[in-house]
Design a protein around this ligand. Sequence first.
Ligand code: KG4
Ligand code: ZN
Length: 353
Amino acid sequence: MRVLGIETSCDDTAAAVVEHLPGVPPRLLSNVVAAQAVHGEFGGVVPELASRAHLELLPGTVEKALAAAGMTFGDVDGIAVTRAPGLVGALLVGLSYAKALALALDRPFVGVNHIEAHLLAPLLEGAELAYPAVGAVVSGGHSELFVVSAPGAYTIVGTTLDDAIGEAFDKAAKLLGLGFPGGPAVDRLAREGDAKRQPLPRIRTDGDSLDLSYSGLKAAVRRLVEGPAGRVLREAPDSPEAHAFRADVCASFQVAAVDPLLARIESAARRHGARSLVVGGGVACNSRLRDGLESLGVRLGVPAFRPSPALCADNAAMVALVGGFRLARGERDGFDLEPVPGLEESGLVSAPA
Ligand code: KG4
Ligand code: ZN
C-alpha cells in the first residue's frame, strides 16, 4: 500500500509517499517540503499568510512527491493528512485538499496527529522504539515531554510554562540580527563562541517539575544585547568584534536553552524507566541537543533516536507513516473530519501521569 502524506499544520507545505507492506518496515519513497519564504520579513509565522501560501504551494508539492516516487495519482492507495494540532486555517487547507483527493480518486483517507508523527518518525529509519520511551517534541510551537508506553499511548510529563524552545531560539537570533528562522544560525555560530564570556541564567522551575520556561531566558538575551555589552552590535554591526559577541551569546544561549531540556529528559527517563529516548521537531536538529541525547543514551544504557534533520523538521513522511499504520488496519475517517488546533483537544494525550 502506497500512502500519500500531506502536512500543512504550520509554515511548511509538505507531501511524501511511504510504502507500507505486511511484514516489512515502512519504506520512504519520497519526501518533499516547500518552505514558505514569506514569513522571513516578519520574523515569525503569520497564520493568514501561511494558509494562502499552502493553497498556492500544495498542488505542486504533491505532484513533486508523486513524481519523485515514480507514481501518478492513480497509484495512490490511501491518503494521510495532518489534522491536529496547528494553525487552524493552515490545517484546513491540507485537510480540504486531502478530502477532495480522496473523493476524486475514490481512496480512503485518515487524519493524523502531528505530534504523534514527530514521536514515531524514527521508525522511518529502521528504529525499533523500546517502550516505555521518553520523547521530546521541540519546535517553534512545541516543547513537550512525553512518555510513550506503547504506540498510540502518550502521556505528557512536562511542557513549557510559556514560550516554546524554538521560539526562544528564533527570538535570540532576531535580537542578534541573524534572520528567521534563527535556530540553525544560532547553532552554527555557537560553535565559534565561548559560552562563559556572556553568561545567561539557567532556566529554573519548581522542585522536581519536568516543566520548562523560556520567557526569562528570552528577556535575559534582550537585556544583554540592549545593554552595555551589546554596544558593539549597535555601533559596528559588521565588525569582527560584533561577530565575536554574537558567537559568544549564541554559545551561551544554546547551553542555557538546551541543557535544562536534556536534564528534564534524563529525569523523565529515570522516573519512568525509559527503554529508549526519542526527539522530534525542528529543534531536534540542534547539534548540542543531538550530542547530549546520544551521551544520555549511553549513560542510561538505552538507544537514543535522533532522526535525520529532514525527518525532525516538519515533513509529510512522518504523516504518511502514522496514517499508513491506521489505513493498514482498515481504519478510515469520514468527510466530516475537522481540524483541531490545540494539542489538549486533539485526543492524543491520556490523563497526566
Ligand atoms: O518543527 P519545525 O520545522 O516547525 C515548527 O515550528 O512546527 O521547527 C522549526 C523550529 C524553528 O524555531 C527553528 O529555529 C528551529 O526549529 N530549529 C533549530 C535548529 N534547526 C531548526 N533550533 C535550534 N537548532 C537548530 N539547529
Ligand atoms: Zn512540527
